[in-house]
Design a protein around this ligand. Structure first.
Ligand code: NAP
Length: 446
């Protein structure tokens, strides 16, 4: 593996040199094990500890099939789906792998008693399968997480509508929290030259998701001047949503739960911040929604915006916040949701939806075009990675634990083959110019 690292990091290695390298028979990956799927049975979600179920194991190297690419992974990142996989909620991911396995011989390779997780990666192309023309060994890339073969007509306007779309490293095997990863060629995008491997690895999943939710015609179609309420404005999704809104001429009211996170949300471009903990917002009174709190929150938003209600509410907490999100959206406004972290059994008062002609839009990851456009903003240095901390591969369990306990801000990175932080920059001039913005989340979390 050491020869492989030296070769892919060497600036003089040609595609032929890299192709000539023998591949290792096995590699280290972060896995959950099918035999442990029931290990947390009886525990509440909050008490399930990802550091107990995530293991670093040596696993066999897969062969890239037609249209596939084998990557040397330099760095990866924790996404919340790593947490869901590690606590086996809402169900063990082995059920996804089994279903994929039934789809045919290509899918059957993924149905294994271990699941290599991870839905983000930066790295170097090592091998390309038959029919891959756009990418070659040695290319520096990031991978987005939409795995789709597009055999169904349903996916041809929007690949997210394909019945065979899967989230790589969550609903497929051979994910990015590993030394090697197997992806489809149409998951690859150019790595930003001004970023290190670990900075480059942390954005694709959340940035693309937030882009589709807010900017895309498939999402809320944000306009200049729109007021957008962003839950978790210094979290993974929220820190990118805030930057995207600001970059598109909108105004963000970010909700956070500490003064540090308030500063981070402001640094991402929020116009105003609500500290939900300091202001003690509780939208549920036991198991009953508290409409009085919805009104107090709505008034607080209006106070901060000079009387405007949000044109768009960027939703992902789910049960805890969905009722107030529907309530505060302006007449004709949009609540765009991609998740239910606090519970998928939502409650909202439908009178506020229909009488005020609001829309609820469901959104999930992004198609290749949307991911590419979101990545272009990163490569141009317009949207910045919000990496706050980096762990070695061997401590991925702890990294996922931090995210599960909401003890992180922005993104939590993981070094895979990169021997240390700070490597991979090819555009030093742009980096120099952007350095103050790039270091912000790291500095606040140090
Ligand atoms: P994250 O980094 O943990 O950020 C979530 C933020 O939510 C936290 O920073 C926290 O901010 C806020 N939060 C937590 N509990 C809350 C509550 N009870 N009320 C209000 N805010 C709360 O996670 P993420 O990466 O942003 O992901 C968030 C969710 O989206 C996860 O469920 C994930 O699986 C999902 N997701 C879905 C897609 C998709 O394609 N469908 C893509 C990405 C993520 P404060 O504590 O500062 O308020």
């Amino acid at each position: 593996m050491r020869d492989l690292i030296e070769a892919v990091l060497s600036e003089v290695a040609t595609p032929a040199d890299i192709t000539a390298l023998p591949l290792p028979e096995s590699y280290r990956g972060v896995v959950v094990l099918a035999e442990e799927s029931m290990m947390f049975e009886g525990l509440a979600g909050a008490d399930k500890d990802p550091s107990k179920s995530l293991h670093v194991r040596e696993v066999p190297t897969p062969e890239p099939g037609p249209g596939e690419v084998l990557l040397a992974v330099m760095a990866s990142a924790i996404n919340y789906n790593t947490v869901w996989s590690a606590i086996f909620e809402p169900l063990p991911t082995f059920s996804f792998l089994k279903r994929y396995g039934r789809s045919g011989p290509s899918g059957a390779r993924h149905d294994l008693p271990y699941h290599v997780l991870g839905s983000d990666a930066s790295g170097v192309v090592l091998r390309v399968g038959a029919g891959v023309n756009r990418w070659k060994p040695g290319d520096h890339v990031v991978a987005h997480c939409l795995s789709v073969d597009l055999e169904s007509p349903d996916g041809h306007d929007d690949t997210m509508l394909d019945p065979g779309q899967r989230i790589w490293g969550y609903e497929t095997n051979f994910g990015g929290l590993a030394e090697l990863a197997l992806v489809r060629a149409n998951q690859l995008m150019p790595k930003a030259g001004h970023l290190t491997w670990e900075e480059a690895a942390c954005s694709s999943l959340v940035n693309s998701t937030a882009y589709r939710q807010l900017v895309s015609p498939n999402g809320a179609r944000m306009k200049q001047g729109d007021v957008v309420l962003v839950w978790g404005g210094a979290g993974g999704l929220g820190s990118y949503a805030t930057q995207l809104v600001r970059n598109g001429g909108g105004r963000v009211v970010a909700v956070v739960s500490s003064t540090d996170k308030a500063e981070l949300a402001l640094a991402c471009g929020a116009e105003a911040v609500i500290d939900r903990r300091a202001e003690d917002f509780r939208f549920w009174d036991g198991d009953r929604p508290d409409a009085g709190e919805w009104k107090r929150f709505g008034k607080r938003v209006r106070d901060l915006t000079g009387g405007d209600d949000p044109d768009i509410v960027f939703e992902h907490p789910g049960r805890d916040t969905f009722g107030v999100s529907v309530f505060v959206a302006r007449r004709g406004g949009t609540v765009v949701t991609c998740a239910s972290s606090t519970g998928y059994d939502h409650h909202y008062d439908n009178r506020y939806l229909w009488m005020h002609l609001k829309r609820i839009v469901g959104s999930h990851f992004a198609n290749y075009r949307e991911a590419w456009e979101a990545n272009r903003l990163i490569t141009r240095g317009v949207i910045h990675p919000t990496l706050s901390v980096v762990y070695p591969l061997t401590e991925t369990g702890q990294a996922a634990r931090d995210v599960h306990r909401n003890e992180h801000s922005g993104k939590v990175g993981v070094l895979c083959l990169a021997p240390q932080e700070g490597l991979g920059v090819t555009d030093t001039e742009l980096r120099e110019r952007l350095l103050p913005q790039l270091g912000y989340f790291r500095a606040r979390s140090a």
